[in-house]
Write a protein that binds this ligand. Structure first.
Ligand SMILES: Nc1nc2c(ncn2[C@@H]2O[C@H](COP(=O)(O)OP(=O)(O)OP(=O)(O)O)[C@@H](O)[C@H]2O)c(=O)[nH]1
Ligand SMILES: [Mg+2]
Ligand SMILES: [Zn+2]
Length: 316
């Protein structure tokens, strides 16, 4: 049988079959996917093949195959075991909730999120939440930010999870897709999910309660079916994405407005720093590229040694 993983606890996986039934499954044998040494070979969102095995009264599913992933998001383990934890797979849209204040979301945080979404090949959408609370000046600031990111090609929507303003527009983007919501604590992720699907209320509060008690150091994601043919993956404790491993030369490729100009740089391995005839620096001077984006780029580039480790991939 074929199905999709909705929940994982590390040793058990809840799989929904194509017929719509849920099965508790184990995995058989060793899985090595995408050359990653991970603590969990099967993740929420994975498309799997499984068999039903019956022993006496007990029926368990056994997963024997994982379909190739469209994408997946990982978290590095904190120790040096070179293991990664796959949080979720096959995500169609990643929404980032942004608030100006209460709490503040800085452009560097937005840009890190977007870079990671690009690297993961996940469509990213920015939701400027709490628009019911802003002053005229603050609304102008939101407009400025939305224009900046729209100009690069990202979809931006001003919403209010509290009043329901533009929540329908979010639902339209979610239809027939697997979505994920990210953002700092307090930006309104739970409120938005509840506005989108009031019947999920209970589940989301359960999850955050569990999280508050801090019992779960490992994060297990869970997928939910929504009433309007959409799915969300809830990842408690994940405010953004983890940082992806990449080469310095690669980073600029995840800034779309840099990527589209880089063929005009004199050097094809230009890092857009002090190199002569750099198309990115020129576009920056012409104000075609935002300084805030370039600042984020530098910050991520400089943080590379610290944040980006290449050795977590299993190179055997
Ligand atoms: N005025 C207003 N308040 C909002 C809006 N969205 C969320 N809030 C409030 O902001 C606070 C935080 O919202 P939550 O939904 O709990 O935020 P969260 O992102 O789930 O936070 P964590 O679970 O800690 O990550 C709550 O008091 C909400 O009522 C909005 O659009 N307008
Ligand atoms: Mg929450
Ligand atoms: Zn350059």
């Amino acid at each position: 049988m074929k199905g999709v993983v909705y929940k994982s606890t590390g040793s058990w996986y809840t799989v929904k079959s194509e017929q719509g039934d849920f099965y508790e499954c184990r995995i058989k044998g060793k899985f090595r996917m995408d050359g990653i040494k991970s603590t969990n070979p099967v993740a929420v969102g994975d498309h799997v093949a499984f068999k039903i095995e019956t022993k006496g009264d007990e029926t368990v599913g056994v997963i024997h195959k994982i379909e190739a992933r469209e994408n997946y998001i990982i978290r590095k383990s904190v120790n040096l075991s070179k293991q990664t934890h796959i949080i979720a797979a096959n995500i169609d849209v990643a929404f980032l909730l942004v608030t100006l204040n209460n709490p503040p979301t800085f452009t560097t945080f937005i840009d890190r999120f977007l870079v990671t979404a690009e690297a993961y090949h996940i469509k990213a959408v920015l939701l400027f939440n709490k628009i019911d609370t802003y002053t005229e000046d603050e609304l102008l600031e939101i407009k400025f930010l939305a224009a900046l990111y729209r100009n690069i090609g990202y979809e931006c929507i001003g919403i209010s999870a509290a009043t329901g303003k533009n929540v329908e527009k979010v639902k339209v983007l979610m239809k027939e897709k697997v979505s994920m919501f990210s953002g700092h604590s307090g930006v309104g992720k739970s409120t938005l999910v509840n506005a989108i699907e009031p019947s999920l209320q209970l589940k989301t509060s359960e999850i955050s309660e569990q999280h508050k008690q801090g019992q779960h150091t490992t994060t297990f994601a869970e997928m939910y079916d929504l009433s309007f043919d959409a799915k969300i993956i809830d990842t408690p404790g994940i405010k953004g994405f983890g940082v992806v491993e990449m080469d310095k030369e690669e980073l600029g490729d995840y800034f779309p407005e840099f990527f589209e100009r880089k063929q005009d740089c004199k050097f094809n391995n230009c890092l857009h720093l002090e190199e002569p005839q750099c198309a990115i620096k020129e576009a920056l001077e012409e104000e075609e590229i935002a300084w805030s984006r370039y600042k984020s780029y530098l910050q991520i580039l400089e943080g590379e040694e610290e944040h980006y480790r290449k050795d977590i991939y299993d190179k055997e």
